[in-house]
Design a protein around this ligand. Structure first.
Ligand code: KIV
Ligand code: ZN
Length: 505
């Protein structure tokens, strides 16, 4: 009989805390709803004590999700547990996730605590959490590098104090699949309370083994896997949710296990995350990369045309890519465009759809052929922040090998036309300088990335930027067949989002 594996998503906590992956409140709420539509079992909404913003996003997510458990992470510290509870207590299924490190190196150098104190705190804080919340998970940070006998004592203390889930993190992505399975087997055999708890794993991807380690743990008997969409997370990231889910679905025969995730939401959900964090999904990313279902070589194409089973072990439809054969162009149907929007994990009202249709038509006027990647790029850049303080009107750039680059950028700012000129180290630097002058701010360009949506000289350029002023940073995205236009739009998008966020704060 197939076992059901719980999927505990931590995109909004471990994923979001990774550099360059931050999301604003609206994005977090939209993603939380997407995770519920995906039918994950639990969502770790954040680390409530980390900041008032984190607290508020955990609280709001807790109030909104109806079927999915909502957890807040808490260190084994009374204030963390109390704040975590304040944030999740309005949830239909609240959960507290208490953790403390158990490896010698963490206890000695990070916690500066003797092992006996770690043991004591585990019992005290899990008991405190359990006094507030019906469902408590306990994690032994750096479990895979901890002394096994000590780990058993700590996990038993947590279970005895009321933790219903015992999570075993491979915090630094150090374990191998065989070791992971052996550790789970050891804990199941040697923990006094093993039969009373649900076992979980949480694997990082430093050596590229996070998914393999998680699946190996499933084979060794864990009931829950913690993972993130697209595998985003600290350093090399966490185990990819979509890879675990599709491995269970495709090789359920081998793992003897499955899960309740609605796989048709995987593609939209991963695209939503990519759009929110401004990072492209690599083309060769398993399951959701652009090439995951592409067959270029003649032999493969011929095989797939004769029988899909020759080279396809999964169907694109299973992850939410419908085979859309429409020709995208001036006469594209409203329904086809709506379907693309859905696949990108977005919702648009009638006005936004009409706007997008116009953009697609304009693109079809300048580009020989428009395919789904162009449409996806336009959709991904389409989202407007709540307030568009600065809207691009026009720009002029002047640049060459023997003249300093200059740029004039004209915008409307609250219905007023403004323009500024600036010199720079190349046309893009000059244009960004002009925008800084328009805003009266000294935004620093922290990162700049350009990628073309398709092949060919007339391809859409997709620019992602990150700007910073003081403590705060913000990403932005712009697309255009002209890379300077795309860059200016990306910078203005970042500025508008930055100002909206600043006002909210
Ligand atoms: O990687 C880790 O150890 C964690 C814990 C807090 C669960 O993220
Ligand atoms: Zn982690």
């Amino acid at each position: 009989m197939s076992r059901n594996i719980r999927i505990f998503d931590t995109t909004l906590r471990d994923g979001e805390q990774a550099p360059g992956c931050s999301m604003n409140l609206d994005e977090k709420l939209e993603l939380a709803h997407m995770l519920e539509a995906l039918k994950v079992d639990a969502v770790e909404a954040g680390f409530a004590v980390a900041s008032p913003g984190d607290f508020e996003s955990v609280r709001q997510i807790a109030l909104r999700l109806k079927n999915t458990a909502v957890a807040s992470l808490c260190r084994a510290v009374p204030g963390d547990v109390e704040t975590g509870w304040e944030a999740v207590k309005g949830a239909a299924h609240p959960m507290l996730h208490v953790f403390i490190a158990t490896s010698d190196v963490h206890m000695k150098y990070k916690l500066k605590m003797p092992p006996e104190r770690v043991l004591e705190l585990t019992g005290e804080m899990v008991r405190k959490a359990r006094g507030l919340c019906g469902e408590v998970e306990f994690s032994a940070e750096d479990a895979t590098r901890s002394d096994r006998a000590f780990l058993c004592r700590v996990l038993d203390a947590a279970a005895k104090a009321g933790a219903s889930t015992i999570n075993v993190p491979d915090t630094v992505g150090y374990a191998t699949p065989t070791e992971m399975a052996q550790l789970i087997a050891y804990l199941r055999e040697n923990m006094e309370y093993a039969h009373k708890v649900r076992f979980s794993v949480h694997c990082h991807n430093d050596l590229g083994m996070a998914v393999a380690n998680s699946l190996s743990a499933v084979q060794a008997g864990v009931d829950q896997v913690e993972c993130t969409l697209g595998g985003i997370g600290e350093r090399a990231g966490n185990a990819s949710l979509e890879e675990i889910v599709m491995a269970l679905r495709t090789r359920g025969d081998y793992f003897g296990a499955g899960c309740g995730v609605d796989t048709r939401q995987l593609f939209p959900a991963c695209n939503m995350v990519s759009r929110f964090i401004g990072q492209h999904i690599p083309a060769n990313k398993p399951i959701v990369g652009a090439n995951a279902f592409a067959h270029e070589s003649g032999i493969h194409m011929h095989g797939v045309m004769s029988n899909r089973n020759t080279y396809e072990i999964m169907k694109p439809e299973d992850i939410g890519i419908t085979q859309n054969t429409m020709v995208i162009g001036k006469h594209s149907g409203k329904h086809a465009i709506e379907e693309y929007v859905r696949q990108m994990g977005m919702e648009m009202d009638a006005a936004q759809l009409a706007n997008l249709t116009e953009e697609i038509k304009r693109l079809a006027d300048v580009k020989n052929s428009v395919d789904r990647r162009d449409v996806e790029a336009l959709i991904a850049a389409h989202r407007q922040p709540e307030y568009e303080d600065y809207a691009l009107q026009r720009f002029i750039v002047n640049s060459g090998t023997s003249i300093p680059a200059t740029s004039v950028v004209q915008v409307t700012h609250h219905e007023q036309e403004m323009k500024e000129v600036s010199m720079g180290d190349g046309p893009i630097d000059a244009a960004f300088g002009a925008i800084n002058r328009l805003t009266g701010r000294d935004f620093a360009l922290e990162s700049y990335r350009i990628q073309s949506a398709t092949e060919g000289g007339d391809a859409l350029g997709v620019v992602d930027v990150r700007i910073r002023d003081g403590e705060r940073s913000q990403r932005g995205r712009g697309t255009s067949t002209d890379i300077i236009d795309a860059s200016i739009r990306a910078y203005l998008d970042a500025v508008n989002r930055f100002l909206a966020k600043e006002r909210k704060a």
